[in-house]
Ligand binder design. Structure first.
Ligand SMILES: [Zn+2]
Ligand SMILES: [Zn+2]
Ligand SMILES: [Zn+2]
Ligand SMILES: [Zn+2]
Length: 346
């Protein structure tokens, strides 16, 4: 069944978390769930890649790994375990997002990567070719991100976000730059996300970040901080008290059934004992620069043309013969052509 040409443009997902399955494993490397049979499948999109990003920071107050449920952009994070607020170096995101884009662009869920000839640059120099085969994700730790020496730990897997109600892969459509509605083809659940303007400045390829704090179709629960810093939250629609138990980021009101957002910064004050890591889904527009470079070092029509032009210039100047001066000149002109080409591609 998996050998037909139509199924090669789809890839299997973990039914629990949406991460792409590593074909040689029996459990999801991202969430630990056993592979479902049949597994849901996502369409491989030609000019975009989804990535499931799990991020936590090391709290310098209590040592806990506290969840980072969206791209923290205000320069401070609060530990969900001990409540300590600490400075967060948001410049870390551009490097993290570029790396994540590389992993999802170079993973083996793409047949062009999986079937790359071993002697080609894409087959030989790709550090992420085992993602989707023997591992589901890659992880990275960035030191000195929080309060001087606390690290940021991130894991990224290729995959596709799933409807939280019925598990079907979401369909989606961009509505405006940084704004997108995801919908379920089976149960018609919908969520709309709106990025603050900053993420595109951190890393321009990020088209959307699917994370609860960016839901634009939900209102935040109303918060009151009482004696001793203990918070209480009430429904954004009817004002009834909400009960937040296990680190949910959205809570349904038992009175009016409206959904309200709960900020993770409130969890400590709400007495949540097990803060939940809610991975973000990022949609990257296009393939990463590294992927394009590894592909373009194969014979590329534009690069070939640049080489041919460089050669023609040298030959016309040197009367068609390559003297001892001509060879370095040829190399220099070719190098300039390649640099100009890569600048143009960016
Ligand atoms: Zn999973
Ligand atoms: Zn802490
Ligand atoms: Zn659904
Ligand atoms: Zn309500």
């Amino acid at each position: 069944m998996t050998t037909s040409s139509s199924s090669s443009r789809t890839f299997p997902l973990c039914a629990s978390c949406g991460a792409a399955l590593a074909s040689r494993e029996s459990r999801c490397g991202a969430c630990g769930a056993p592979h479902a049979n049949p597994a849901p499948r996502a369409e491989l999109i030609e000019d975009a890649r989804w990535g499931r990003l799990d991020a936590r920071f090391g709290c310098t107050g209590c040592g806990a790994l506290s969840p980072v449920n969206h791209l923290e952009l205000d320069g401070a994070v609060s530990c969900a375990q001990c409540g300590a607020e600490q400075p967060f170096d948001l410049r870390v995101w551009s490097g993290v997002l570029e790396w994540a884009h590389d992993v999802v662009s170079l993973s083996a869920v793409d047949p062009a990567v999986r079937d790359a000839r071993p002697e080609s640059p894409l087959g030989r120099d790709n550090p992420y070719s085992n993602v989707g085969v023997t591992v589901a994700d890659r992880s990275r730790e960035q030191p000195n991100v929080v309060a001087g020496h606390g690290p940021l730990r991130v894991r990224i897997s290729p995959g596709h976000p799933l409807c939280p109600r019925c598990g079907r892969p979401w369909t989606y459509g961009a509505e405006a730059p940084g704004r997108m509605t995801l919908g379920c083809p089976r149960c018609s659940l919908q969520s709309t996300y709106q990025l603050p303007t900053e993420p595109s400045g951190l890393y321009p390829a990020v088209a959307i970040v699917v994370a609860s704090p960016y839901r634009s179709d939900l209102a935040h629960a109303k918060t009151q901080i009482g004696a001793g810093g203990v918070a209480s939250v009430t429904c954004s629609n009817c004002g009834a008290p909400l009960e937040v138990k296990s680190g949910e980021t959205t809570v349904v009101c038992s009175h009016c059934q409206a959904q309200s957002l709960i900020s993770s910064k409130l969890w400590f004050r709400l007495g949540v004992s097990e803060p939940r890591v809610e991975p973000m889904w990022l949609l990257f527009a296009g393939l990463s620069q590294r992927r394009r470079q590894l592909e373009n070092t194969n014979i590329d029509p534009l690069e070939e043309e640049l080489r041919a032009r460089a050669l023609a210039v040298v030959e016309s100047g040197q009367g068609g013969s390559l003297s001892s001066v001509g060879v370095p000149l040829l190399l220099a002109v070719v190098a300039i052509g390649v640099i100009v080409y890569f600048l143009a591609v960016r």
